[in-house]
Write a protein that binds this ligand. Structure first.
Ligand SMILES: [Zn+2]
Ligand SMILES: [Zn+2]
Length: 351
């Protein structure tokens, strides 16, 4: 009898459906977690549909996990039974390279082990994610959910939250800085909240007029309609930092021109070639920097959760019964969710 109830995709066309499997036996440094909530990230959909050609089926998605500790191995010192904890996008790394030694496990030179569709470094089994009733993870890759945070709203912080927090912190965004956030989805709305909490003056760049009221509601000081030439012209050379959350190809040149000299534009959503091409002059002539950033390391993920607790930041969520997961995928693809679905994992018990 398999010890874990879950939802998995069996093929690119199958959708996600009930599944069961045996979670690996806990090791000495492992924390066993009963999952209460799991956020639904766009990456889950890409893996379920094999959009990137790397999916190993069956795949159990889910890397925004919040739950309670049910047991700990004898080497575990940080957590005890009953603690509310989280697991994000990775569950292991080599732990010895320069990136890992700096607490930047996401940039591990051997490659991090993904929470799902990764390969376990000890037994070479494929990792299964958070659309399941329990997970077993090494203590180093577990974070503490502060008591002040709502555990369901905290789940998406483990991917969407850290993805936006890490570059804002790394590039030292501070009080008074002018920050642009491009895109108003799951990542964008977190970017606004975190940049505001850091004291920045925040502008949302969006293509659609009908997102203006929503952007203001999320705390943005200003909104620029990016398809309006005059508004983009008025924004020329006014920003210190641009957080670009757009996951599809788009023209970066108009945004680079919105940066002051020495401004920084960071991509967190795009993984494809830049097209249309970049005008190098837009960088060179103003000493501007274009870069990218991937989630955050484990120490920084804990720091982000503590920061969110201190500043009352949570993700806006819509709670989901797991049996409606395929419908939720369709809505996410249409951008029809404010701003993250979170699966109430208690609903898995009824399956
Ligand atoms: Zn994600
Ligand atoms: Zn490493």
């Amino acid at each position: 009898m398999a010890n874990t109830k879950a939802y998995a995709a069996q093929s690119a066309q199958s959708g996600v459906a009930p599944f069961s499997f045996d979670r690996r036996e806990p090791r000495l440094d492992d924390v066993s977690i009963e999952i209460d909530y799991c956020g639904v990230c766009h990456t889950d959909i890409h893996f379920a549909h094999n959009d990137w050609g790397v999916t190993v089926y069956p795949v159990v998605p889910g890397h925004e996990i919040v739950g309670r500790v049910t047991s700990v191995g004898s080497d575990v010192s940080t957590y005890k039974v009953g603690d509310v904890v989280g697991v994000g996008c990775m569950v292991d790394s080599c732990r010895t390279c320069s990136a890992c030694e700096s607490g930047l496990e996401q940039y591990c030179k051997e490659g991090m082990t993904g929470t799902y569709n990764g390969t376990d470094r000890y037994d070479q089994s494929v990792t299964f994610g958070g659309y399941s009733d329990n997970v077993v993870v090494s203590e180093r890759f577990v974070v503490r959910i502060p008591e002040k945070l709502d555990p369901a709203g905290a789940a998406p912080l483990l991917c969407a939250g850290i993805t936006t927090y890490s570059p804002l912190r790394h590039y030292g965004v501070k009080k008074g800085d002018k920050v642009g956030v491009i895109g108003m989805g799951g990542l964008g709305h977190m970017g606004v909240k975190i940049a505001k909490a850091l004291g920045a003056e925040v502008t949302i760049f969006t293509r659609s007029e009908n997102k203006v009221a929503e952007a203001k509601k999320q705390g943005a000081d200003h909104v620029v309609i990016s398809t309006d030439e005059q508004q983009m012209k008025d924004a020329t050379e006014t920003f210190d930092f641009m957080l670009d959350t757009v996951p599809v190809q788009h023209d970066l040149n108009p945004y680079l021109n919105c940066l002051s000299h020495d401004g920084t534009h960071i991509l967190v959503g795009l993984l494809e070639p830049i097209d249309p091409a970049l005008e190098a002059g837009n960088l060179v002539l103003k000493r501007r920097v274009l870069g990218g950033s991937l989630i955050g390391g484990m120490p920084e993920t804990q720091e982000m959760l503590d920061f969110c607790a201190e500043h009352d930041i949570s993700c806006d969520i819509e709670m989901l019964d797991i049996k409606n997961i395929n419908e939720a995928y369709e809505r996410i693809k249409k951008g029809d969710v404010k701003y993250r679905f979170v699966i109430d994992m208690a609903t898995l018990k009824n399956v």
